[in-house]
Design a protein around this ligand. Structure first.
Ligand code: WQD
Length: 348
């Protein structure tokens, strides 16, 4: 089968790296662009080991239009773009809104400019369930109203989606798929790649860093919510299931199956899980008693959000393959692997 070259932006990051592995496994030829401001070459090397082939990374800031265009000039065989590269910290976006608008939106506009210039017709945009704001109806469907977002990061995702939609109008033949992730967690089963964050804010890496002893303890932010055990409900989904949805989205538009030039898909399991249930799952798979404290609510948290994923299942032929224990088990095995590697470096 002739290779189809895909440009993955943010390919040295968590979801970008796992998606490269899935794209290569499905016969795509992949190159990456990542300025390594958040991503790392350690991730890329792990991806190459898992994928069994080298992956070229362009160390380019996508906010620089000329440098971005140079990639498309050098690679006229790019048929699709999967766009992950963006800043995604909720508290950082509150402190630095202009940094987020500049970085997350300038990069998108430059990429779409190149797609137009170089006839790249397939574009997958990394979006987020945070575009829904505090969704009133659960499970959340793709046609739910987009309420006031929790933070400037989420607003850049709302605006990014609108930019993609408006771009389709004067560019017939251009196909964009907007993928709204719920809570990506876990790591590749090989434990060769996973989430690399020194000071994570997200629940699962905080749990595994507490379990391994990198942190003395962790806090459960709120146990007085009107949920089954008082803690918040989220739709945690394995990063490899998220990755495969990107491959499926490209196959969907490249096969001409999409009826609309832009389609939106929720990427969640459809199951809501509480924070305390996540801790119980960790203790079950790891055998480690977790040191956590019940604490006050965290500002900006919504009580519950989980997906209706039927559209992605029906139109993309996508299924979630990893269950909650596998999500936690792969996250824990990755944390253990990181510790072993750090100990090896210390001994040398
Ligand atoms: C999950 C639950 C916390 C840490 C974020 C972004 C969102 C998206 C996914 C990119 C909440 C609780 C957490 C801790 C805790 N990112 N928690 N103790 O906030 O659902 O979503 O990541 O698209 O934009 O907002 O994820 O993992 O931070 O929190 O109790 O130490 O875990 O209160 O209920 P969140 P999270």
């Amino acid at each position: 089968m002739e290779k189809k070259k895909i440009l993955v932006t943010g390919g040295c990051g968590y979801i970008g790296g796992h998606t490269i592995v899935d794209l290569v496994a499905n016969g795509f030829d992949v190159i990456s662009v990542d300025n390594l401001s958040r991503g790392s070459l350690k991730m890329l090397h792990g991806v190459e080991t898992v994928a069994g082939r080298t992956v070229k990374n362009y160390k380019v800031d996508l906010c620089n239009a000329d440098d971005t265009e140079a990639i498309f000039i050098e690679n006229p065989d790019i048929v699709g773009v999967v766009h992950f590269a963006a800043f995604k910290s909720v508290p950082e976006s509150v402190k630095e809104p202009l940094l987020y608008f500049r970085n997350n939106l300038d990069s998108l506009v430059n990429l779409l400019q190149c797609a137009q210039e170089y006839d790249v017709d397939h574009f997958v945009f990394s979006s987020s369930c945070s575009v829904y704001g505090n969704a009133e109806v659960l499970p959340v469907k793709e046609d739910a109203p987009l309420l006031e977002p929790e933070c400037p990061y989420a607003r850049t995702k709302q605006i990014g989606e609108a930019i993609c939609r408006d771009f389709c109008v004067p560019n017939p033949g251009f196909n964009v798929t907007l993928l709204r992730y719920f809570n990506p967690v876990g790591a590749h089963p090989s434990a060769l790649i996973g989430e690399l964050q020194e000071k994570p804010e997200n629940l699962v890496p905080v749990i595994t860093q507490t379990g391994i002893g990198k942190r003395r303890d962790m806090q459960v932010f709120g146990t007085d919510y009107p949920t089954r055990d008082g803690s918040c409900v989220r739709d945690y989904i394995h990063v490899m299931d998220i990755a495969n949805a990107h491959t499926k989205a490209l196959q969907y538009t490249m096969s001409g199956k999409n009826k609309n030039p832009h389609e939106i898909f929720n990427l969640g399991t459809g199951n809501g899980v509480t924070v305390l249930e996540m801790i119980a799952a960790f203790e079950k798979v790891s055998g480690v008693k977790l040191n956590y404290k019940l604490s006050p609510r965290r500002a900006g948290d919504v009580m519950a959000v989980y997906a209706d994923n039927s559209k992605a299942r029906n139109l993309l032929g996508w299924e979630c393959k990893y269950d909650l224990d596998q999500m936690m088990d792969t996250a824990w095995k990755w944390e253990v692997a990181l510790k072993k590697e750090a100990e090896k470096i210390q001994m040398n």
